[in-house]
Each structure stands twice: as structure tokens, then as C-alpha cells.
Design a protein around this ligand. Structure first.
Ligand code: PRT
Length: 99
């Protein structure tokens, strides 16, 4: 599976969770948290810190794990703010074209 496929599939699943809010889903718990958007914002902060610590330790396995946690929570944040993965791709694409 290519990187693009897994990101699209994960984002589609997050959008589905947002629409259907199934019980027992961690993603649902972020969309329905009593802290509101602060729940996912806190996780983005925590996972960023954990990624930095893993990098400082030169622990590349941990970097991949924490990076995946961060990416997942970032995708939830995008969905929460009604930003699509294609819009993020467009932003990256515009910058790529500058070089
Ligand atoms: N990629 C992820 C993913 N990455 C991290 N997490 C969750 O993020 C949570 C927080 O991570 P932490 O490292 O802080 O773990 P923790 O110590 O349990 O932290 P707390 O939850 O106690 O704060 C954990 O409960 C992880 O399970 C994820 N939960 C879901 N996904 C993806 O989302 C899909 C849908 O998941 P559900 O919505 O749960 O069905 C899954 O199939 C996965 O592909």
C-alpha cells in the first residue's frame, strides 16, 4: 500500500467516524469529548513532545511510532476543522512547485 493510499484511507475512516460517531471508537471520543477541541489539541501537543524526545534519544523506532500518533491526531484535527486532505495536498503542492 502506498503512503497516499493509507493516508486517504485513514482520513476517510476519520470522516466516517465524525459522521456516524460509533460507540467504542477512540476517534469518536475525540469528536465528542467534554473538553471539545482541546482534547485533540492536547494530544497534538503531547505527541509532538514525545516525537521530539524520541529524536533527541536517536530512537528511530520510537520516532516512527510517535510520528504516526501525531499524524493521526493531526488528521483528526483537520477533519474537526472541516479541512480536507486534498486541501493539505494542495498546500504542499504549491510549495513544491516553488522549488
Ligand atoms: N492511527 C490511529 C491512532 N494512533 C493513536 N491512536 C490512539 O491515540 C491514543 C493516545 O495515544 P497515547 O500514546 O497517548 O496512548 P495512551 O497512553 O493510551 O493515552 P491516553 O488515551 O490515555 O491519553 C491511544 O488510545 C491510541 O490508541 C490511534 N487511534 C486510532 N488510529 C486509527 O484510527 C482508526 C479508527 O480507530 P477507532 O476510531 O478507535 O475505531 C484505527 O483503525 C487506526 O487506524
Amino acid at each position: 500500500m502506498s503512503d497516499e493510499d493509507i493516508l486517504d484511507e485513514l482520513f476517510d475512516l476519520i470522516e466516517e467516524r465524525k459522521a456516524e460517531l460509533p460507540e467504542g471508537s477512540y476517534t469518536t471520543s475525540l469528536f465528542t469529548h467534554e473538553k471539545g477541541e482541546n482534547a485533540v489539541l492536547e494530544k497534538v501537543g503531547e505527541e509532538t513532545t514525545e516525537l521530539i524526545l524520541a529524536a533527541k534519544d536517536d530512537d528511530t523506532d520510537e520516532m516512527k511510532a510517535e510520528g504516526a500518533d501525531l499524524l493521526y491526531h493531526f488528521l483528526v484535527l483537520l477533519s474537526m476543522k472541516d479541512v480536507t486532505l486534498d486541501e493539505l495536498r494542495d498546500e504542499l503542492g504549491e510549495r513544491f512547485g516553488e522549488h
